[in-house]
Design a protein around this ligand. Structure first.
Ligand code: SF4
Length: 353
């Protein structure tokens, strides 16, 4: 098998762009500076390669088909694509003013990088990672959430850019700092990055027991904080055999949404809630998704007893007579069973207000 192409750091220059708010419950902003350019068609969009069953109904791929390059998120779809870093997106983040109230009660604002791709994709090189971490360091009042399904690749890049002192990131940070002095951007209090960067939290996604190895790989990334997103959760998962207590500070759990959503069982969420307690992590119940498997008694409680039947499990899919969540992703906290109405936040990293 040939190794995947790694892209050199090509940039799209330009003025600052808007800094998006996000509906994602555990973040305040999302941003996608990594763009895909198709030289054949001249179209720009996003790119990724599906890596495991959690990617099957990738919303980013669907958006890319309609609004982006039109390519699928496969190795073949990456052929001929140029990956570029959009400096306007980064500059937008840098100059943004935190006017909206933070979702977390302690006021920490979290930025989710690359919700349209994988920031740790095999196509990302050391140079890409150095650049991204340098920009994270330039906005120390935000907590930067970097989520990847390829933590082994990130750990490998990290090893080669300097586990001990982060010299390469610091150099890049200084270069960017002088290009964008404080008189242009509100960068008071910014210092050369310590290592690991104090305000970066690395995360990975685990959808079933088969991907638990990623939790182990995540712990090999030098990081000030870590999180795991169990979404879309597709089976019962037990991470206790591979995780040290305290090594990951946040579990996010969610069922799948969308037309092809696969069932989500509340007992899987309860098990992860209990594991989070055992491992010293905050538990954040994000959404139940569009199709929920639950015990019949629970079904009756959630639907005010408005159903009949004797099946052990029921599936709700927004149809008449079935459980219909207020929003299509089942993300309303008040609609969750009482014992899952939990949205805890991790202790903040080295984030300055
Ligand atoms: S890694 Fe994320 S963006 Fe990439 S294909 Fe999978 S779900 Fe989509």
């Amino acid at each position: 098998m040939s190794s995947p192409k790694t892209y050199s750091l090509n940039v799209i220059d330009g003025p600052p762009k808007g800094f998006n708010r996000t509906e994602i419950q555990w973040a305040d902003h999302s941003m996608n500076p990594v763009r895909a350019f198709d030289p054949k068609t001249g179209k720009t969009g996003w790119a990724c390669v599906k890596v495991s069953p959690g990617c099957a109904n990738c919303y980013a791929e669907n958006l890319n088909r309609v609004y982006g390059t039109g390519r699928p998120f496969t190795a073949a779809g990456m052929k001929g694509i140029e990956v570029r870093l959009d400096m306007g997106v980064l500059r937008g983040m840098l100059r943004s003013k935190p006017v909206i109230p933070a979702k977390a009660p302690d006021g920490v604002r979290r930025v989710f990088w690359e919700d349209m791709s994988d920031i740790g994709g095999e196509w990302m090189s050391e140079d890409w990672l150095i650049e991204i971490l340098a920009w994270c360091a330039m906005r120390p009042d935000y907590e930067h959430m970097l989520l990847t399904k390829r933590p082994a690749h990130v750990a490998k890049l990290m090893r080669s850019i300097g586990l001990d002192d982060g010299v390469a990131v610091t150099k890049r940070f200084m270069q960017r700092w002088y290009e964008h002095p404080a008189k242009t951007y509100p960068m008071r209090g910014v210092q050369p990055p310590l290592w690991p960067i104090p305000n970066v939290r690395w995360g990975t996604s685990i959808e079933s027991q088969k991907q638990v190895y990623r939790a182990q790989e995540l712990q090999e990334i030098p990081a000030s904080g870590r999180f795991i997103s169990f979404e879309p959760l597709l089976s019962r998962v037990d991470v206790r055999s591979v995780m040290k207590p305290g090594s990951v500070q946040l579990f996010i759990v969610g069922g799948e949404s969308g037309r092809s959503a696969r069932p989500f069982c509340l007992h899987w969420a309860r098990s992860l809630r209990d594991q989070a307690r055992e491992l010293g992590a905050a538990f954040f119940m994000k959404q139940m998704g569009g199709v929920v498997a639950m015990h019949f008694d629970e079904w009756n409680a959630l639907t005010d007893g408005g159903t009949s039947g004797s099946a052990k499990f029921k599936l709700g899919h927004g149809h008449l007579g079935r459980w219909k969540p207020h929003d299509s992703s089942g993300g309303e906290l008040a609609e969750f069973p009482d014992d899952l109405q939990i949205r805890e936040w991790p202790a903040p990293l080295g984030v300055r207000a």
